[in-house]
Write a protein that binds this ligand. Structure first.
Ligand code: AMP
Length: 278
């Protein structure tokens, strides 16, 4: 496995790698969720490149950019064991050189759900992902359903900008107690870690209600909120039942829908989702 930093080095090595090429973009501090994307790419592509870049432009002013967990040596070991061919760890200076002023914005989808609470977040995501696509020119790019809105926004961008690649969205990997794997879970102390299980329990309660015939969007949202309210350490920011493609909030009777939420446990902001009605 090779590790490169500059775009020039990246291009040189990519030119010699056989196609099809799979790209797995990450912010590092890898866990099984990330590795499941690498495995899928390994199974579907001849060459696999993983990018590790903690993208400053997708963090808000009061968010955890400087505290974001990092351990590159551990990441390299994990990726080596998964058979990644190449790891790209660009510098901030190369991605955003002095004078940088070009942005990629997916207008409407970026304003919904997460976008409403994290203004500018998706502008940062789509800009960096467009740059990663341009630099690596993959045939397939792998993302997690854990970040459901990100997947929808990136699919839209890929289509709108005619990137000649397939966006592959992989299932959310969870801890045995249901908590979605996330690099941010390391912020939780043992009490908070226990409290964080309420996120998946509330989604599971709404799924169960849906599966036993409940179709009213408001009742389903209330079911999630009810379960969340049983955990004093959990502070929900939003609870949503939305159209999985347009991300618009739904009312009345629903069929296929995205149940999603953002919940603070202490200072840690957790997001999770499930799609029902497939
Ligand atoms: P991140 O490093 O958090 O930016 O995540 C990199 C990629 O891994 C994104 O496409 C995420 O959606 C995906 N990912 C993160 N957590 C999980 C998980 N628990 N299961 C599956 N994919 C995940």
């Amino acid at each position: 496995m090779k590790v490169v930093t500059t775009i020039a080095e990246l291009r040189k090595i990519l030119a010699a790698l056989p196609k099809p090429l799979g790209l797995v973009p990450t912010m590092g501090y890898l866990h099984e969720g990330h590795l499941s994307l690498v495995r899928r790419a390994r199974g579907e592509c001849v060459s696999v490149v993983v990018s590790i870049f903690v993208n400053p432009t997708q963090f808000g002013e009061n968010e955890d950019l400087s505290a974001y967990p990092r351990d590159l040596d551990r990441d390299f070991d994990l990726l080596g064991a998964e058979g990644a061919d190449l790891v790209w760890t660009p510098t901030q200076e190369e991605i955003y050189p002095v004078g940088y002023q070009t942005w990629v914005t997916v207008e409407n989808l970026s304003q919904m759900l997460e976008g409403h609470h994290r203004p500018g977040h998706f502008r940062g995501v789509t800009t960096v992902v467009a740059k990663l696509f341009n630099a690596t020119q993959p045939d397939k790019a792998y993302f997690g359903q854990k970040d459901a809105q990100q997947a929808v926004v990136i699919r839209r961008m890929t289509e709108d900008l005619n990137f000649p690649l397939e966006v592959v969205v992989c299932p959310t990997l969870r801890e045995p107690d249901g908590l979605a794997m996330s690099s941010r879970n390391t912020y939780l102390d043992p009490k908070q870690r226990q409290a964080a299980t309420v996120v998946y329990r509330s989604l599971a309660a709404a799924v169960q209600a849906f599966e036993t015939g409940e179709r009213d969007a408001e009742v389903l949202r209330n079911r999630m909120s009810e379960v969340l309210s049983t955990e004093p350490l959990a502070e929900p920011q939003y609870v949503s039942v939305a159209n999985p493609e347009t991300l618009e909030e739904l009312n009345g009777s629903v069929e296929r829908s995205l149940f999603s939420m953002a919940v603070y446990v202490g200072k840690t902001r957790l997001i999770d989702n499930v799609v029902v009605g497939d």
